[in-house]
Design a protein around this ligand. Structure first.
Ligand code: CAA
Length: 251
């Protein structure tokens, strides 16, 4: 994953996303094939697959339905010989504010572990064609992880990256602890994961360097599932939904 900072104008120009593009994608998605994303093919040769996350009221929170649709769209672009590369984007305000906390709030450890919760997200990182994340606004938790699964991140001026799971009593569950370390280095990754603090695109770029990805993701997934066996994870997500500060009890 490479991270490139771009001014908002450049970001949009390079990825040819706005504004006529949005009109086209809405038309394309109006057939009802997708509920949570807009999908189109862009460029003169129609060789750029384009996916826009489209749950504006929830800041593009990555509910199961949305991620299943992303998987379907990626499968379709992968199979389409006309498509050479894929762009995934969100809105000016949010690339994605993370996994859907409301959907996760009442999940149990058994459900997460037994169902291998989030395993299907991995499709983003197994696509053979280059996938580019065009990020502006919030890229938090699963949103940051989604962007990091892509091959290149084009980050706009308003992009903010963060892994705030600790504030919910859980940990990143879609590769965050592993890819973030490789993207910004161990020290800053530790700081971000342990405090939940966000960084700007500029800060991310300054810290960016690459290491190798390993077994860590599998271990991370198991630890993420294990947080669903704790009271604090339930309390953290419930507090978010009830719009109050979490009262963690360390259990
Ligand atoms: N899941 C579900 N809903 C979310 C959400 C999420 N991750 N993020 C935002 N929303 C919803 C809010 O509940 C709110 O909905 P209502 O209007 O129905 O209340 C709406 O989106 C707008 O959000 P806010 O009013 O909070 O907007 P804001 O501008 O004041 O704050 C924000 C924006 C800082 C991103 C804040 O919404 C926030 O902190 N969101 C949660 C971020 C987070 O913790 N992400 C990690 C999730 S866990 C995860 O991703 C695990 C993993 O590794 C896969």
């Amino acid at each position: 994953m490479a991270l490139l900072c771009r001014s908002t104008g450049l970001l949009l120009k390079h990825s040819k996303l706005l504004p006529s593009a949005f009109a086209a994608t809405r038309q394309c998605s109006s057939g009802g094939q997708y509920q949570y994303i807009l999908v189109d093919k862009k460029g003169e040769k129609k060789n750029v697959g384009f996916i826009q996350l489209n749950r504006p009221k929830a800041l593009n929170a990555l509910c199961d339905g949305l991620m299943l649709e992303v998987g379907r769209a990626l499968d379709a672009f992968e199979a389409d010989s006309e498509v050479g590369a894929i762009v995934v984007t969100g809105s000016e305000k949010a690339f994605a504010a993370g996994a859907d906390i409301k959907e996760m709030q009442n999940r149990t450890f058994q459900e997460c572990y037994g169902g291998n919760f989030l395993a299907h997200w991995n499709r983003v990182s197994t696509v053979k064609k280059p996938v580019i994340a065009a990020v502006n606004g919030f890229a938090l938790g699963g949103g940051c992880e989604f962007a990091m699964m892509c091959d290149i991140i084009y980050a706009g001026e308003k992009a903010q990256f963060g892994q705030p799971e600790i504030l919910l009593g859980t940990i990143p569950g879609a590769g965050g602890t592993q890819r973030l370390t490789r993207a910004v280095g161990k020290s800053l990754a530790m700081e971000m994961v342990l405090t939940g603090d966000r960084i700007s695109a500029q800060e991310a770029k300054q810290s960016a360097f690459e290491l190798t990805l390993a077994e860590g993701s599998r271990l991370e997934k198991r630890l993420f599932h294990a947080t669903f066996a704790t009271e604090d994870r339930k309390e953290g997500m419930t507090a978010f939904v009830e719009k109050r500060k979490a009262a963690f009890q360390d259990n």
